[in-house]
Design a protein around this ligand. Structure first.
Ligand SMILES: NC(=O)C1=CN([C@@H]2O[C@H](COP(=O)(O)OP(=O)(O)OC[C@H]3O[C@@H](n4cnc5c(N)ncnc54)[C@H](OP(=O)(O)O)[C@@H]3O)[C@@H](O)[C@H]2O)C=CC1
Ligand SMILES: CC(C)(CO)C(=O)C(=O)O
Length: 314
């Protein structure tokens, strides 16, 4: 089985940095952030801090891959936001060769399909990132727990060659992961978490500490999650009512002062991923004639917040 010897990470944000640290410890310069244009110029010094400790990462320009100065990577981690995906096609075109393994740590149901459609030569392994509470401000990443990845092939074949190569690489880097029996359930389970946590934190401004203790915010989270379960059941996906109580131990392990990625986006007045959370749920719910009033309301509030801070002169 071919070992993974080089890794490109697209997106030097919270999750990109979280995974870069253990991989660069093993591969050194063969683990690099891939960027182009003014983003490459901004990042190329490679200096960041992780939990207060200075770290240096290799940053490679897409042109170095195109002209052969840097070999194409064996493995690509996509760690941008959903609304950035169209902008990274040029990077993927330059980086992908036959058999390149790609994972996306993006939340939402759709990034794997996007990547496989745009990179037919690659093996896209479905993945979700759970249990981390990464916060990035400027060049500084902080987190309490690094969480784990759930990975699987789209057809849940545990003997899939790319999945086996990826698993042994994650073992080598000591990155926690599991291969669930049903990756489709895992993707929907994560959607349920994002729908409950990210959206409710975004409209209420609650950090994880409030979610640990306040029953009102918990009830709002639970009602948004229950709608996700109802739609999943109609779509034939194995989400279960007890997925809600079973979420609390993980929720309680997240740092009380840390925040969801969507609340970080709202506070920094950035675009959010709401279109990929309640936006997507509403589309699927409509197909099955299911009403999701809590998610419609959350969607409308978050879109309004985005509109308000994108107004000229704000
Ligand atoms: N943060 C968390 O704890 C978790 C996040 N997720 C999911 O992971 C995904 C990433 O989230 P997160 O890491 O928080 O997001 P961040 O906003 O912290 O990072 C996204 C990064 O992508 C970079 N980027 C954007 N466009 C490009 C491009 N064309 N080329 C290269 N880099 C680009 C941005 O760079 P720049 O700043 O220069 O624009 C930014 O550094 C999201 O889907 C999120 O929902 C999943 C689990 C937990
Ligand atoms: C589950 C949660 C809330 C933290 O891991 C997340 O996925 C996010 O912040 O986007």
């Amino acid at each position: 089985m071919n070992e993974i010897k080089s890794v490109a990470i697209i997106g030097a944000g919270a999750l990109g940095l979280l995974f870069a640290e253990p991989i660069a410890q093993k591969l050194g310069e063969k683990c690099y952030f891939l960027a182009d244009g003014s983003r490459y110029d901004r990042l190329k010094d490679g200096h960041f801090t992780i939990n207060g400790k200075p770290e240096h990462f290799n940053v490679v320009s897409v042109d170095s891959l195109t002209d052969g100065r840097v070999e194409k990577p064996d493995f690509i981690i996509v760690a941008v936001k959903n609304y950035h995906l169209n902008d990274i096609i040029r990077l993927l075109d330059a980086a992908v060769s036959d058999g390149t393994i790609i994972i996306s740590v993006l939340n939402g149901l759709d990034s794997e399909t996007f990547l496989q459609d745009h990179c037919p030569r690659a093996s896209v392994i479905s993945s979700i990132a759970i249990g981390m509470d990464a916060v990035k401000e400027k060049r500084d990443l902080s987190f309490t727990g690094s969480g784990k990845l759930l990975i699987g092939s789209a057809d849940n074949d545990k003997k899939n060659t790319a999945l086996k190569r990826l698993s042994s690489f994650l073992d080598f880097c000591k990155i926690a992961y599991e291969v669930p029996d049903d990756i489709q359930r895992s993707l929907w389970w994560k959607l349920m978490i994002n729908i409950g946590m990210n959206q409710v934190s975004a409209v209420t401004g609650s950090n994880y500490g409030i979610f640990h203790t306040d029953r009102n915010v918990q009830l709002l989270m639970e009602s948004a999650m229950q709608e996700t379960i109802d739609v999943a059941k109609a779509a034939g996906v194995d989400l279960r009512d007890d997925d809600i109580p079973n979420w609390y131990p993980t929720l309680n392990s997240l740092g009380a002062d840390k925040k969801t990625s969507m609340l970080q986006d709202i506070e920094s007045e950035r675009k959010t991923e709401v279109q990929w959370f309640s936006g997507r749920l509403i589309e699927i719910a409509d197909q099955y004639g299911i009403d999701v009033p809590v998610n419609r309301t959350l969607f409308q509030i978050i879109k309004t917040k985005e509109l308000l801070y994108s107004q000229p002169g704000h």
